[in-house]
Ligand binder design. Structure first.
Ligand code: PEP
Ligand code: MG
Length: 582
């Protein structure tokens, strides 16, 4: 067969080379027949039993989750369990069997099709993607009903498993878990965007992957040789021998680079001209601290505390109590062994909704998000502030407030911190009275009124992910406008450079904790703007450190004028590229 190339969305980096293993296509194509009046109750029971079996399956997967698996995996299984318990799946198909006498499979598929059609109507891209969760749950039940075997190959040796490329229309996060143990090489799916569950899991598992390939699962055949270029989102099927050779070399080079990088773990991050740079880690849960230390992080620059509040099980998805939060924050600061931990207060809303809050916002990215939500829920906010303050008695903690734009929001937030301190004093509880409080600069209005912030805050952290989203007016979770998301847009460059310059002039420490900080293509640009503190996912830290070790601020400086003066995107891109080669 002739070689061909497919283009999709890159979600997880690296090169994977192996033979395709096709997951059984969506099993929604089922037998349709009518059951007699006497058979109806037996058919109802058959479906109920299948649903109960899937409940047990999910529970087993949950119980057997490896300790080190990413937090999202447990949350995904919870979502599937919730869907399975919802009357829309657990009851409506039973009514269809009773009223229309459909066989169990037909009744279930009818209802799933109906729900899928309703999801297609939803405008919110994140919610629309959740359609696949319902279909995955439906497929699980159908597999039990029809007795279809597990999609995993039964006899795979260690060696072949590592080279297995999973190709599927879509993969449920629960199924992903089974592959995790088998060390598969990468995966390709027809569906999914940057923000789909499979993309999130792939990134956290560090496996090369490409999603949104439209019809890859129809075009690729079982055992075809496949190359995934995870950096480009390209899949090459049955590559010519010379192409395969090139990718093998690239893959080997990447592996060698990784090994080499690990030697830099203890090397101080200092530029060639002798400027020390602070490299920090972004974490979601306290369990992420050991890998952060392992990567040589000098502290935590961003603890996204909202992950403690999301995907919770139990009665009414109760939010974590002050004590539970305190334990998590204390665990993090203890694990970091004296290095500072910057805890960001709850940044809930937009694409990180709380299970307990009804979602009615017309445009959640512009709605009651982050600090806006916290100021509207003072009791909940105070409980979090007290928990963070109490943990500050156990090690250096800094408090970071997200999404501030108005002076009164800063003042109210600081007043709440003082109120939480007073409550702890009254209760005789210990905390660091001099705890530093900082602001995320991630709304253009904040970047444009920085004197308000430097006057009031101890430090600043630039959230480039949101700063780009709000400057360019594009939803960062929407794949339809993903091509407009550009960190090098002159407006973004202007806001970033002026924020770093103003903060530095005022003597207020400033860091970048958005994705730009972990992108080695932008390291020198940020150094040239005067940035001295970078916070990123631990897996990116050593590559950024290497870039810093090879950089000389005196050589970067003469190039910066051109970048900061021009409005021409092509000139900026060329100048940034040139920076990389000096
Ligand atoms: C950011 O906006 O850049 C950021 C670091 O925060 P988050 O990605 O959690 O919104
Ligand atoms: Mg943000």
């Amino acid at each position: 067969m002739a070689s061909f190339t497919l283009h999709g969305i890159p979600v997880s980096r690296g090169i994977a080379i192996g033979r395709a293993h096709l997951l059984a296509p969506a099993a929604l194509d089922v037998k349709h027949y009518l059951v007699s009046e006497e058979q109806v109750e037996a058919e109802v029971q058959r479906l109920q039993k299948a649903i109960a079996t899937v409940h047990r399956e999910l529970q087993t997967i949950w119980n057997e989750l490896p300790k080190d698996s990413p937090a999202e995996l447990g949350a995904f299984i919870d979502v599937h369990a919730l869907i399975l318990s919802d009357p829309m799946i657990a009851e409506v198909p039973l009514d269809i069997i009773r009223s229309r006498h459909y066989n169990a499979e037909w009744a279930l598929v009818t209802q799933i099709d109906e729900l899928s059609a309703q999801f297609d109507e939803i405008e919110d891209a994140y919610l629309r993607e959740r359609k696949s969760d319902i279909q995955q749950v439906g497929e699980r039940v159908l597999k039990v009903l029809t007795g279809t075997a597990s999609p995993l190959p039964q006899t795979d040796s260690e060696e072949t498993a590592g080279r297995m490329i999973v190709v599927a229309h879509d993969i449920s996060p629960a199924d992903m878990l089974q592959f995790k143990d088998r060390a598969f090489g990468g995966f390709v799916t027809d569906l999914g965007g940057q923000n789909s569950h499979t993309a999130i899991v792939a990134r956290s598992l560090d496996i090369p992957a490409a999603v949104g390939m439209y019809n890859a699962s129809a075009l690729i055949q079982q055992d075809d040789w496949v190359v995934i270029d995870g950096d480009a989102g390209v899949v090459i099927v049955d590559p010519a021998p010379n192409v395969l050779e090139q990718y093998r070399e690239r893959q080997a080079r990447l592996l060698r680079d990784r090994k080499k990088l690990s030697k830099l773990r203890k090397t101080p991050a200092v530029t060639r001209d002798g400027t020390a740079i602070t490299l920090l880690a972004n974490i979601e849960l306290p369990e992420d601290c050991p890998p952060a230390l392992e990567a040589g992080a000098m502290g935590v620059g961003l603890f996204r505390s909202e992950f403690l509040f999301m995907g919770r099980t139990g009665p009414a998805h109760k939010l974590p109590s002050e004590d539970e939060q305190f334990e998590s924050y204390r665990k993090a600061v203890t694990a970091m062994k004296g290095r500072p931990v910057t805890i960001r207060t709850l940044d809930i809303g937009a694409d990180k909704p709380l299970d307990t809050v009804e979602h009615t916002a017309l445009n959640p990215a512009l709605g009651l998000r982050a600090i806006r939500f916290c100021l509207a829920e003072p009791q909940m906010f105070l409980a979090q502030l007290r928990a963070i303050l109490r943990a500050s008695a156990y090690g250096p903690i800094k408090l970071l407030i997200p999404m501030l734009a108005h002076a009164f929001e800063i003042d109210q937030s600081l007043a709440m911190v003082e109120q939480a301190k007073a409550q702890l004093r009254d209760a005789g509880k210990k905390f660091d009275p001099l705890i530093q409080v900082g602001a995320m600069i991630e709304i253009p209005a904040a970047a444009l009124t920085l004197p308000l912030f430097v006057k009031r805050m101890d430090f600043l952290s630039i959230g480039t992910n949101d700063l780009i989203q709000y400057t360019l007016a594009i939803d960062r979770a929407d794949h339809e406008v993903a091509h407009l998301y550009n960190p090098l847009h002159p407006a973004v460059i202007y806001l970033l450079a002026s924020t770093i310059a103003t903060a530095s002039k005022s003597g207020v420490p400033v860091s970048v904790c958005g994705e730009m900080a972990g992108d080695t293509k932008l390291t020198r640009l940020l150094l040239g703007m005067g940035l001295r503190e970078f916070s990123m996912h631990p897996t990116q830290l050593l590559a950024v450190k290497q870039e810093i070790l090879n950089s000389d601020l005196n050589e970067i400086a003469p190039h910066m004028k051109k970048i900061l003066k021009t409005m021409e995107p092509a000139a900026i891109a060329a100048a940034v590229e040139q920076l990389r080669s000096i």
